[in-house]
Design a protein around this ligand. Structure first.
Ligand code: ADP
Ligand code: MG
Length: 591
């Protein structure tokens, strides 16, 4: 069955419960599954895509639900008018909690969200505003004209509509400039920062987005249940949401739907079945769920959705060949400094790692249009020097000026805005993202569209220009044939070319390439050499770390040689080749 039949099929299944004979009890269950799916969808963005684990999503469901409950019961606000307030409450709380928590990493973040959820629960259970453990009852139903949406059957279409819109918005968000930044958070944060992405903001954005979806779910809950009390917003529920997302497939939008559906339906069935089977009362379903999850994660660590989709992939046959994105108006370009003007000067750069001085008093300058090689034995401090120039590391001592601006110690994303782009010796591409998308991440600073424009699909004109730019750079490095493959499926040499294409998207004044020819075959090296020559002709300044001496000597105008962190020599390639100290330390007598 081809992929394009999948969506109509799912839509038809989702509409089945509206048929007259469908048992009302099941429609009610499906409503609750839909509400849970909204929260799980947020977790796909937050945990599956951005790699941030939250055990606190029930907080934001709670804020959405309580905000609407309080406004409608106490202030006479209509339930529809309370929706923006519910979203605002959840969104603002997510922003606050996120701002206070997201600097934490890994387990600490997860533990902090647990603490927040426990506090929220006790707060809701003890405040007069939320009417303590009794909760708020008598919440008015949603109305459409004269009809009140009190029956599950009447409510269900609204759940479907919200879920459909949320799916669409999430798809749009992830498939955009901001979406690439969010997708780069898991594993590619350093590279993203080097191309101007504020990764802290991207994290906060993912957190707020997930909070908003949870808030929407809470608003629906308040008017479906028509009563709220603290228990559905406890830590247990947050764990359940995460369980749904993980079981369904936390990296897939469909996984959120599948997980929410399965866990909601199974829990209900087991709750009545297990006590009958075992002849005793108790929450046995929790034990069964725990065991099921462990087994599932052993057998299908990516969740059930990819398993379910496997037959579709088979029917689809091999992936279509790469096609260029539609042509678009070119983006404005940076002014280039006149050839020969000094663009960068590094003075007395030093970097200590504890007792090790990796870079020790290095100084050099670069002129516009030059190709300069930075060479030296392994461990000489070349990559560290790159990191100091690009803001990945702050120097212990020393100064760097780029186009007149002091840049030593600035964050990488600030330096990127000034026009320095780089590749990494240890390739840093975002796994699971295509070559085209990885390269487009380099164009981050050349677009403006934010999350809202992306979610509403109002960013298409700009996105087309970014993708056309990325495609042009991919063609330039000779990878057009593989542009639609996952970047991590390429050979290492080709991944280095992807990094160069990504760097070119920034429209840099200065390009820093760390061992770009390592892993390339002979012909690929020749092609790379041609490319760098062409870039030089276009006025690009290039600083190059490379061990292939034929490659370096034929390409560079000047060389800076490092050894044990210190500067050993500087000069033209011919002079360096004859320099006894350099021959001794690095080139060997063969040179
Ligand atoms: P090169 O690129 O010239 O091979 P590097 O700049 O990568 O050399 O490394 C220079 C020295 O600094 C090496 O001894 C390396 O082990 C050390 N080094 C590099 N990065 C770090 C780090 N983040 N922490 C500690 N030591 C480091
Ligand atoms: Mg290195």
């Amino acid at each position: 069955m081809p992929h394009r039949l999948l969506l109509p099929l799912l839509a038809a299944l989702a509409l089945l419960p509206l048929l007259p004979g469908f048992p009302p009890f099941w429609v009610t269950l499906l409503c609750y599954a839909g509400l849970a799916a909204l929260v799980a969808l947020g977790l796909v963005v937050l945990t599956g895509v951005a790699g941030l684990t939250s055990f606190g999503q029930a907080i934001f469901v709670g804020f959405g639900a309580y905000a609407s409950a309080i406004l409608t019961t106490r202030h006479g606000v209509s339930p529809w008018a309370a929706l923006p307030a519910a979203l605002l409450a959840a969104g603002v709380m997510a922003a606050l909690i996120g701002a206070l928590t997201l600097r934490l990493r890994g387990h600490y973040l997860a533990i902090a969200t647990i603490a927040w959820n426990v506090s929220f629960y006790y707060l809701a259970a003890n405040l007069d505003l939320t009417q303590r453990n009794d909760g708020i009852s008598g919440i008015p139903p949603l109305r459409l004209g004269e009809t009140a949406l009190t029956e599950a059957r009447a409510f269900y279409p609204l759940v479907l509509l919200c879920l459909g819109l949320a799916l669409l918005a999430t798809r749009n968000l992830l498939d955009s400039r901001v979406g690439r930044a969010i997708r780069a958070l898991r594993g590619g944060a350093l590279a993203a920062e080097s191309f101007g992405v504020d990764t802290y903001r991207a994290k906060l954005l993912a957190f707020i987005y997930a909070g908003l979806l949870a808030g929407l779910s809470g608003w629906l809950y308040a008017h479906l249940q028509r009563a709220v009390n603290p228990s559905p917003f406890s830590l247990t529920m947050s764990i359940d949401y995460l369980l749904m997302a993980v079981a369904g497939g936390v990296q897939h939008l469909g996984g959120a739907l599948l997980g929410a559906l399965l866990v909601t339906l199974l829990r209900d069935q087991l709750q009545s079945l297990l006590p009958a089977l075992l002849g005793a009362q108790g929450n046995f379903e929790s034990i069964v769920f725990g065991l099921a999850l462990v087994m599932l994660l052993q057998g299908a660590p990516q969740g059930l959705w990819p398993l379910l989709m496997r037959p579709f992939a088979r029917w689809n046959g091999p992936r279509a060949a790469a096609t260029p994105p539609p042509a678009a108006a070119p983006l404005p370009q940076r002014a280039r400094p006149a050839p020969g003007t000094e663009i960068l000067r590094a003075e007395d750069l030093q970097k200590r790692f504890g007792g090790l001085v990796a870079v020790n008093g290095v100084g050099f300058h670069l002129e516009a249009g030059e190709v300069v090689g930075l060479i030296g034995p392994n461990g000489a401090g070349k990559s560290t020097t790159f990191n100091l120039l690009t803001g990945v590391l702050a120097p212990t001592r020393g100064a760097v000026r780029f186009l007149g601006t002091p840049i030593a110690g600035l964050p990488a994303r600030r330096i990127a805005t000034l026009g320095i782009a780089r590749s990494f010796q240890h390739v840093k591409l975002v796994h699971g993202m295509s070559v085209l998308e990885n390269v487009a991440l380099g164009a981050h600073l050349r677009g403006r569209a934010g999350a809202l424009r992306a979610a509403l699909r109002l960013d298409r004109a700009e996105e087309a220009r970014l993708l056309a730019l990325a495609w042009a750079q991919i063609e330039r490095v000779g990878l057009a044939a593989v542009a639609h493959l996952p970047a991590d499926s390429l050979a290492l040499g080709q991944q280095r070319l992807v990094e160069i294409a990504r760097a070119l998207c920034l429209d840099p004044v200065l390009l820093l390439l760390d061992e770009p020819a390592a892993g390339l075959r002979h012909l690929e090296k020749a092609a790379l050499s041609c490319l760098l020559d062409r870039l030089r002709a276009e006025g690009m300044t290039i600083l190059l770390v490379e061990h292939d001496m034929d490659f370096v000597m034929s390409l560079t105008d000047r060389l800076v040689v490092m050894n044990f962190g210190a500067e050993l020599a500087q000069g033209r390639p011919r002079e360096i080749q004859r320099n006894p100290a350099v021959i001794d330390a690095y080139l060997g007598s063969a040179a």
